[in-house]
Ligand binder design. Structure first.
Ligand code: ADP
Length: 431
């Protein structure tokens, strides 16, 4: 029987050494694989962080793209719904883009126009001038050209083309000429309509003034007769007829008086523009003094306190200026509070080429919803308040101020008082 011969000690040691060195290799390999594993894990973590950053970036980009899309949408809306016709034309005169209004001016759809030569849609007569203009736009000078758009379906339409050069909007597009078409036809029509309307208004104003003048002038005479006879009746028959008759005669006398006041003021109103005097340098302080002299009895009777600041020189019709002050101060006295004496302050301060006058009172005041109505002819705010009037005074004031190129308005607090403001042109060297 074969017996394995025992290994020699030498062989065993060699095998052991071999095994040891293998073990060393395994250990080194294990350390290496551990390190690699850790490195791999680390890189995985890094990758995760990277991915998070990328996610955040991509969300940002998404938002930006969304905003851009919205902006583009807005731009497209603006472009398309603008009331001005826009044409983007390239160097060769080809239409690259047209908005809805532009296409409507040419009687076409925007899609149909893209790629078509713009010259096709203008009158043959205007084409050479347009070509020349287009060249100068591409040479760097913007400007405008007047021409007529013309298509078979739409009658020739005069327009102004405002042109300017813009950089190509898409990649690969060279610079483009942006032409904005302003429809001269409708503008001219609107101007014509406005001029006609203004003329018509001026004519009807003149007619009304003449009418008011004739009526008030011609009514004065018969009314005076009625007044005279009624007063005669009243003097001769007072107490000789019955009590009712005396009352009736009294009512007629009152009515005639009121009517004749109204007619006199209407006459004044109708004469403001037709019979006004030419403007001259007027000392507004002197005009104010005259107005106060005319109001003397009302001032004394109401125990009014009147403060006057230094008054400037203005360019005005002096008679009308007196009447303006008289009406406004007269109202301040008339519309006073029952329980206090009127206190009125008159001031003026320069505003540009004009003087701004203010008349401040401590009277009954006016509600703001009445501010407009106040200045209309025959409008009285509180006729049942027992204060006599015709409702013409402020309309006269407004007319006078407007004849001088100024404005008249009011600020007021009911129960506290009002401020009437008006502007008048300054005398040439007074401001
Ligand atoms: P009239 O005084 O004859 O009624 P006006 O045209 O001068 O006519 O004034 C129109 C209305 O404006 C008056 O009825 C009055 O109600 C109101 N008003 C004018 N001035 C004042 C004022 N200073 N304070 C309060 N109310 C005023």
């Amino acid at each position: 029987m074969d017996v394995l011969s025992p290994k020699s000690r030498q062989e065993l040691e060699a095998e052991l050494a071999c095994l040891r060195s293998r073990l060393g290799e395994y250990e080194a390999l294990e350390a290496l694989s551990r390190e690699t594993g850790e490195a791999f894990l680390r890189s995985l973590e890094g990758g995760e962080r990277c991915r998070e950053r990328l996610d955040a970036k991509s969300e940002e980009l998404c938002n930006a793209r969304h905003q851009l899309q919205k902006a583009l949408g807005r731009y497209t809306d603006l472009f398309n719904h603008s009331p001005i016709g826009y044409f983007l034309i390239d160097q060769h005169g080809i239409l690259r883009e047209v908005n809805v209004k532009g296409a409507a001016l040419l009687g076409q759809s925007p899609v149909h126009l893209q790629g078509a030569p713009f010259a096709k849609y203008i009158t043959p007569l205007a084409r050479p001038a347009f070509d020349h203009h287009l060249q100068s736009v591409f040479a760097g000078s913007s400007g405008q050209i007047e021409l007529a758009l013309d298509t078979p379906d739409v009658p020739a339409l005069p327009v102004i083309l405002e042109t300017s050069l813009i950089e190509g909007m898409d990649e690969g597009t060279g610079p483009l000429c942006l032409a904005a078409a302003l429809d001269l036809g409708s503008r001219k029509q609107a101007e014509k309509a406005l001029a006609e309307r203004t003329e018509e208004l001026a004519r009807s104003n003149e007619d009304l003034e003449r009418f008011a003048y004739v009526i008030s002038h011609d009514l004065q005479e018969p009314l005076r007769n009625i007044g005279n006879y009624v007063q005669l009746l009243s003097r001769r028959y007072k107490g000789r007829l019955d009590a009712d008759a005396d009352d009736y005669i009294g009512f007629v006398v009152d009515g005639v008086m009121r009517l004749s006041n109204m007619i006199r003021e209407l006459l004044t109103f109708s004469r403001i523009t037709t019979q006004g005097r030419t403007f001259e340098v007027v000392d507004s302080g002197a005009a104010l003094k005259d107005a106060l002299a005319n109001l003397e009895s009302a001032i004394t009777e109401s125990l009014a306190e009147i403060h006057i600041a230094p008054m400037p020189e203005v360019q005005a019709d002096s008679t009308q200026l007196i009447s303006l002050f008289q009406n406004l101060i007269g109202n301040a006295l008339k519309y006073r509070e029952a329980d206090r004496n009127p206190r009125i302050r008159i001031e003026a301060r320069p505003v540009g080429e004009k003087w701004l006058f203010s008349i401040v009172d401590n009277g009954i005041g006016i509600e703001s919803r009445q501010f407009e109505r106040l200045f209309m002819l025959f409008q009285r705010i509180n006729p049942q308040g027992g204060i006599q009037g015709t409702g013409i005074g402020l309309a006269v004031c407004k007319r006078i101020v407007e004849r001088h190129g100024g404005q008249l308005w009011v600020e007021s607090t009911p129960g506290q008082g009002s401020i009437f403001y008006f502007t008048l042109p300054a005398a040439p060297s007074s401001h």
